[in-house]
Ligand binder design. Structure first.
Ligand SMILES: Nc1ncnc2c1ncn2[C@@H]1O[C@H](COP(=O)(O)OP(=O)(O)OP(=O)(O)O)[C@@H](O)[C@H]1O
Length: 353
């Protein structure tokens, strides 16, 4: 596997700058997830690395080789898309063997057999090797599509929402398998998703894109707990971070120039003293309950345990765990605030890691 380096890459489509002066290094064996709303430039970034698009400016290297002007076939990358893109009338075996039998490689048949079986075992689809691709479930099809990328043993995997067409249960299963395979193979992966859980659980680092520019990159925990801006803070967390005017929820301190406070729903405590709130809606999710409240004219989301259950129109008290508040200026940039050093470490508190 190999390191991927994008150096000040820009890609325009007519008047639209899809990727803007983007510099990003994906280390050897690293799993980097790109996050951002629709149109942020995620797919274009993958296509630039794969060679399906050409950059107007900047350079791209893979394993130390400048590939900026190389054709896709010469770049040793494999792309997995949201759509399965299998040959429907081929068996699973032949679908997996296809890239190895291509004129470019023409691997001897015994080696094809060996590699296909190894990948099928890794993806746990061995019993299906003789099935026609059309006789598979959605999850099995997507496994074969991923397998077709794996058999090639490319330097880099580029994955564009590979799990998004699957149902929630399959997505959860494949998420775990993909991470296992990545660790087993030491694969370098650049991965695009809209799914926060995928980003949080699979990524070594998350890069957040905004209008084609990389605005922050860090571990999932850094992106979640230490966002540089409200924009980044809003990319992770469900429900989203509460954005409130300074002075809300009894938080009277804060740095000069603060315009907005950001409070994660899990840091809002109900019923333990504080300001008065009125429950608007209650969504029990099993292990957690999402409660929307009105507090002094603002809407606030809180994340509570499974019970005892509040009901709409109930009155309760609302406060914030001290030291958990983030402060932002008028432009949405995070402002440092010393009191935050006293905050409990959320990750350790919640997950015991
Ligand atoms: N082939 C193209 N021709 C013209 N404009 C394009 C083309 N491909 C992408 N764009 C534009 O470039 C910008 C970035 O698109 P891109 O597909 O990279 O975003 P994205 O973050 O992947 O979005 P999504 O999450 O919707 O897939 C968008 O404004 C898009 O309309």
């Amino acid at each position: 596997m190999a390191e991927v380096v994008l150096n000040q890459v820009t890609k325009k489509f007519g008047p639209v700058t899809a990727v803007r002066d983007l510099s990003l290094t994906v280390a050897d064996s690293e799993f980097v997830v790109l996050l951002g709303p629709t149109g942020a430039g995620k797919t274009t970034t993958l296509r630039l690395v794969s060679g399906l698009e050409r950059a107007e400016a900047g350079s791209i290297s893979i394993a130390g080789i400048d590939v900026t002007r190389l054709e896709p076939a010469a770049r040793d990358v494999a792309m997995v898309f949201q759509q399965f893109s299998l040959y429907p009338h081929y068996t699973v075996f032949d679908n997996l063997a296809f890239p190895l039998r291509s004129p470019l490689r023409r691997l001897p048949e015994p080696q094809v057999e060996e590699r296909v079986r190894a990948v099928a075992s890794l993806l746990r689809i061995e019993p299906k090797l003789k099935n026609k691709a059309t006789h598979l479930s959605g999850g099995e099809m997507q496994r074969v599509a991923i397998g077709r990328a794996l058999v090639r043993e490319p330097a880099v995997f580029l994955m564009d929402e590979p799990l998004s067409s699957l149902d929630a249960k399959l997505r959860a299963d494949l998420r775990i398998e993909m991470k296992r395979i990545q660790l087993d193979l030491g694969a370098t992966i650049l991965y695009v998703t809209h799914d926060q859980v995928e980003a949080m659980t699979m990524a070594d680092r998350i890069g957040v894109l905004r209008e084609g520019a990389l605005v922050q990159i860090g571990t999932p925990r850094q992106i979640y707990a230490e966002p540089d801006s409200l924009y980044v803070a809003n990319r992770l967390g469900s429900p989203q971070i509460n954005e409130l005017p300074v002075g809300s929820l009894g938080i009277m301190d804060g740095p000069a120039g603060a315009a907005t406070i950001g409070v994660r729903p899990e840091d809002v405590v109900l019923g333990g003293g504080g300001g008065a709130g009125r429950v608007l809606t209650v969504e029990p999710l099993g292990a957690e309950t999402v409660i929307l409240l009105e507090v002094a004219g603002s809407r606030v989301h809180a994340l509570a345990g499974p019970g005892p259950m509040l009901r709409p129109q109930d009155s309760t008290t609302v406060r914030v765990i001290p030291g958990t508040t983030l402060f932002f200026d008028r432009e949405g940039r995070r402002l440092p605030w010393a009191a935050r050093s006293e905050r409990p470490d959320r990750g350790e508190l919640r997950h015991g890691t």
